[in-house]
Design a protein around this ligand. Structure first.
Ligand SMILES: [Fe+2]
Length: 333
């Protein structure tokens, strides 16, 4: 995805490398071996679409306990609680199901030898850090376009305009430090103004880190004096050309559970903004066309595709080689 009007490259890791050349995915250097240009195209392409072996959230734990129908990779899944109290997907022998963070996650089990990105490890969804909001929106769109919305710096200024999320429409230079993290990368803001106004209540000592992990998980962690919050956003490939955007928030201020309906409605409004843009995009993948990436604002999007390619190459004998290198990215937003 190329940089747009709202976000323009200033530099990438160095103070004066303006005017960066655009690179295609095939031209970009990748840690590892094969050239991306040699990767096969659709179907079953590691370049486009959702990795089949990975975990995706498919329902809330609470609704699965009551029994729910949901979808993953075009397949209908029935979830229910068994006699032992565990959430199961009966009659789905090649589907693994696990509960984490108050959500039910599922993945296709295609046998041994597949490298699977781990689930979020944070102890959230329970007593200390309960879920205070949960919202989801179904949208017909290309899977990768939806995931790019989790990493693209142009996304927030272009898509989300709530005052409590974006303080001002005035453009400023934003600087973020990026570092590789398991099956993805993590960004920390280097600017005092960079966090959303909604976080101002947490005080000046707050620390915010945003992790992206394959296949499609964005984990925003906020820590401050006596305060913790985790904001989890995911993209689930429900069927070809259809995804579920899901946002859940967990907070150490447990009385905020009382605000669950209100905060969930805010979250849903947020996701609807994503969905509205995705529906308007010409987002069908075009395997014959090279993907184009321009400068610092597009670096996270390029890393996304490179991470996905690295995952497709990983095996038990050749572990995932993270293509991300620690760097400082800066852009105007
Ligand atoms: Fe968004």
């Amino acid at each position: 995805m190329a940089a747009d009007d709202a976000t323009s490259a200033c530099r990438s890791g160095a103070p004066d490398n303006r005017g960066e050349a655009a690179v295609t995915l095939a031209q970009a250097p990748v840690a590892g071996d094969a050239s991306l240009a040699s990767l096969p195209e659709r179907p079953a392409s590691p370049r486009f679409g959702a990795p089949l072996q990975a975990w995706y959230p498919v329902a809330r734990e609470a609704e699965a306990r009551r029994g729910v129908r949901t979808r993953l990779h075009g397949r209908m899944i029935v979830l229910r609680r068994n006699e032992a109290g565990a959430i199961v997907a009966p009659h789905q022998p090649h589907l693994l199901v696990v509960v984490r963070a108050g959500l039910v996650w599922a993945r296709q089990d295609d046998g041994p030898g597949q490298v699977v990105p781990p689930l979020i490890e944070d102890p959230i969804g329970g007593g200390d850090l309960p879920m205070i909001a949960c919202s989801e929106v179904e949208v017909e769109t290309d899977y990768d376009q939806a995931v790019l919305g989790l990493v693209d710096p142009a996304h927030v200024p272009m898509v989300h305009d709530a005052w409590w999320w974006r303080a001002s429409s005035k453009r400023r230079v934003k600087t973020k430090q990026y570092a590789p993290s398991p099956f993805g990368f993590t960004a920390t803001a280097a600017d005092a103004f960079a966090s959303a106004p909604a976080y101002a209540l947490t005080g000046a000592s707050r620390r915010i880190a945003i992790e992206f992990r394959l296949p499609s998980t964005r984990i925003e962690r906020v820590e401050a004096e006596g305060f913790r919050l985790v904001n989890l956003t995911t993209v689930t490939p429900t069927a070809p050309g259809s995804v579920t955007l899901r946002n859940t928030i967990y907070c150490s201020v447990t009385p905020m559970r009382a605000l669950h309906p209100f905060l969930s409605a805010l979250g849903r409004a947020f996701l609807e903004q994503d969905a509205r843009i995705l529906r308007r995009l010409e987002s069908r993948p075009a395997p014959g066309h090279p993907l184009l990436f321009v400068g610092a604002p597009d670096q996270p999007s390029l890393w996304y595709y490179q991470c996905k390619a690295a995952l497709s190459r990983a095996t038990d004998d050749a572990p995932f080689a993270n293509p991300v290198r620690a760097t400082v990215l800066q852009w105007r937003t």
